[in-house]
Write a protein that binds this ligand. Structure first.
Ligand SMILES: [Mn+2]
Length: 317
């Protein structure tokens, strides 16, 4: 029997897996990747009796691969908070799916483990932008200001590290980060081989570049920021969208970056005061998907930019 761990390479995915593997430290083959590499299940070669654990990737984007693995006789546990579409029912499929906007995969795993590795759950929640929920849970857990801030910074780093259009854009591949974190019980006393320090330094340098960019109001309820086609911009757009959402809580935020083909990659955040509509807006365009509060478009054709801006103008009205 072989185990396969399949997780999103962002903070939420890595911290969800971290909690499960601290609770049950078994060897497994890891499949992970950049934040937008979500069709991960097709890379799993599982046989009858194998156990596949899937974390923080949408079932809707992996439905065919899921069907194939179930047919082959694999057992699958799926933890996620993304739009799942129609949910299949199968005796060897255990689903832990919760799409409410104040829940992330790390918090779903935290609930199933009854808070056994709460600090890692908090890193994942902070990384996914659930700051209020994470602060509340951290206070319940007796963590002070300094510890909360350290967990939040680490979550922000791990989340940031997964952004990019290709592996060349990444600071460190998420598989390398997972290997570094593996077996480390406490995110407040991490051993670092230099990887985490490099992620933080690069993030701070990228943030300085982003602060110099122009932000355009789009109607009363939205804004847009168009970044240049450079690696730092491809890394920063998700974090920038998080930051703009905090700074302008009553507006939906769109951050656009040109891709190599001349189209746009788009990150969208719904207004924090009413976290809904980001997924519906993005699904109107090719490769658009996500959650109610945070969504994206993989490839917005250049000629549909005006159409997107018009849709953005009315999406959160
Ligand atoms: Mn997530």
């Amino acid at each position: 029997m072989t185990r396969h761990d399949v997780c999103n390479g962002d903070a939420d995915g890595l911290c969800a897996l971290q909690q499960l593997r601290l609770a049950e430290p078994v060897a497994a083959r890891l499949v992970t990747g950049r934040k937008r590499e979500i069709a991960l299940l097709e890379r799993v070669d599982a046989a009858a009796g194998d156990v596949v654990t899937v974390l923080d990737i949408a079932l809707a984007a992996n439905r065919a691969a899921l069907g194939r693995l179930l047919e082959r006789g694999a057992r699958i546990a799926w933890y996620d908070h993304h739009h799942a579409g129609e949910v299949p029912s199968h005796p060897r499929l255990a689903l832990h799916i919760d799409v409410r906007p104040d829940v992330c995969t790390s918090l779903i795993v935290d609930a199933t483990l009854r808070g056994a590795h709460r600090r890692w759950a908090l890193v994942g929640a902070y990384g996914d932008g659930l700051v209020a929920e994470a602060d509340r849970l951290a206070a319940e857990h007796g963590l002070g200001e300094e510890a909360r801030s350290a967990l939040r910074e680490l979550g922000t780093d791990l989340n940031y590290n997964a952004y990019g259009d290709s592996d060349d854009d990444l600071i460190a591949h998420p598989a390398r980060v997972q290997a570094l974190l593996r077996g480390q019980p406490d995110p407040l006393t991490l051993a670092d081989d230099g990887t985490l320090a490099r992620i933080r330094a690069t993030r701070h340098a990228d943030e300085a570049l982003a602060r110099a960019q122009r932000v355009d109001p789009i109607g009363e309820r939205a804004l847009a920021c168009l970044l240049p086609g450079e690696p730092w911009a491809r890394r920063i757009r998700g974090t920038l969208a998080h930051g703009l959402a905090q700074r302008y809580p009553e507006r939906g935020c769109a951050v656009l970056t040109p891709s190599a083909s001349g189209d746009y990659v788009v990150s969208v955040r719904a207004p924090l005061v009413a976290r809904r509509g980001a997924d519906a807006l993005c699904r109107r365009f090719p490769g658009g998907d996500g959650r109610a509060g945070a969504a994206g478009i993989d490839r917005l054709p250049r000629e549909r930019l005006d159409e997107f801006i018009a849709a953005l103008r009315s999406a959160f009205a």
